[in-house]
Design a protein around this ligand. Structure first.
Ligand SMILES: *Cc1c(COP(=O)(O)O)cnc(C)c1O
Length: 353
């Protein structure tokens, strides 16, 4: 605290990202990063990048990336917005759309950056409890609101909603914007991007960080009606004209060209996820069905916090949230098959198992 701080920042509780330890030899299953390298086309684009160009500013419009994304997803170029990670896209979207007289509705258990942005921008919000099975019931969102946001699949639960339920929500909720955060959609859920052709009240946000193995490059994007994208551009251009650097634009654009690699690595992660889920059952864990690159799991009698500490002592990092209701759960990112075998072996050696 300093006397120079603005009043508005004194009460902020910033988001706590998963640990990025500086030591090697850790099996890192705590931040939902992809264990496989980025697409060969992305690596090649970065290797062959002409560094002399770095003396110039990057393209403020990120045209190459927007065109690549528009072609990839079969949408118009004016329906695409890009940002420095989807966290930045989300931050700009909260600013652009959710500062409304009515409260924003969001699940009680979801990506914990959402309520951080609400506090930052002084947005009123209401947290809607999950169902007993940790699902989202969109009927619970039929109430006055200034916007709705949820992750699909949701984090950290891993459960996904069918598109039909999201479409029905869009038909009922016509006076405010619905944002669907699809950070994990490529691991087994259906994207709402198709709905953006028919509904102007939905904005879909995706990222290169998880399924495209480019968390360190910081690239995320939104797809929606042109007027929504224009709103995001207004905020972006009132904040930072060049949020994406040249390397990020080049690497992300190139990664879209390697569809086979993308499908193969996603499938490997899905296969390892299902293998791990089966092994965990045998060790006495109960996991939610996952459409993501992580498992949300709790043990029959061992405590989540204790298990996290035990794994950490064996050089395996997983994520534990001390939030009531989910504090017995671990969120375990799916690493390589070899890493998952090491995890299972370590758990099997737990003194109480
Ligand atoms: C990882 C994650 C993000 C942030 O991704 P970046 O693009 O790396 O900023 C956003 N939403 C959810 C639900 C996530 O899990």
């Amino acid at each position: 605290m300093s006397k120079y701080w603005s009043d508005a920042i004194k009460d902020l509780t910033p988001y706590t990202p998963g640990e990025q330890p500086k030591v090697d030899n850790l099996i890192k299953l705590n931040t939902n990063e992809n264990p496989y390298p980025p697409a060969p086309a992305a690596i090649e684009a970065l290797n062959s990048f002409d560094k002399d160009r770095l003396r110039l500013y990057s393209d403020p419009d990120c045209s190459a990336l927007k065109e690549g994304l528009a072609a990839y997803h079969g949408v118009e170029r004016h329906s695409v917005f890009v940002g420095n990670g989807s966290d930045e896209v989300l931050a700009l979207a909260f600013m652009a759309f959710f500062r409304q007289p009515q409260p924003l509705l969001l699940p009680e258990t979801t990506y914990s950056f959402y309520d951080v942005y609400c506090h930052l921008y002084d947005i009123k919000y209401q947290q809607i409890p999950l169902t007993a099975e940790f699902g989202i019931d969109l009927a619970d969102y039929d109430r006055p609101n200034g916007g709705i946001i949820f992750a699909n699949p949701n984090a950290p639960t891993g459960r996904a909603l069918p598109l039909s339920e999201i479409e029905a929500l869009l038909q009922r909720n016509t006076e405010s914007l619905v944002i669907v955060d699809e950070a994990y959609v490529d691991f087994g859920a259906d994207s709402a991007i198709d709905l953006t052709h028919r509904y102007d009240n939905v904005l879909v946000i995706q990222t290169f960080s998880k399924s495209r193995s480019l968390a360190g490059l910081r690239v995320g994007y939104a797809i929606g009606h042109k007027d929504l994208i224009d709103g995001l551009e207004r905020v972006k251009n009132s904040f930072n004209s060049y949020p994406l650097d040249m390397l990020a634009i080049a690497g992300a654009t190139a990664s879209l060209q390697d569809e086979d690699y993308f499908q193969q690595t996603n499938q490997k992660i899905i296969d390892s996820r299902e293998w791990t889920a089966q092994q965990l059952v045998q060790l006495g864990f109960d996991s939610l069905p996952s459409c993501t690159n992580f498992l949300f799991t709790q043990h029959k009698f061992l405590e989540g916090a204790e298990l996290m500490g035990y794994l950490r002592g064996n050089n395996i990092l997983v994520r534990h949230f001390s939030k009531p209701g989910i504090d017995n759960y671990l969120r375990i990112t799916i690493g390589t098959q070899q890493e998952m075998e090491a995890l299972v072996e370590t758990l099997r050696n737990h003194p109480d198992l």
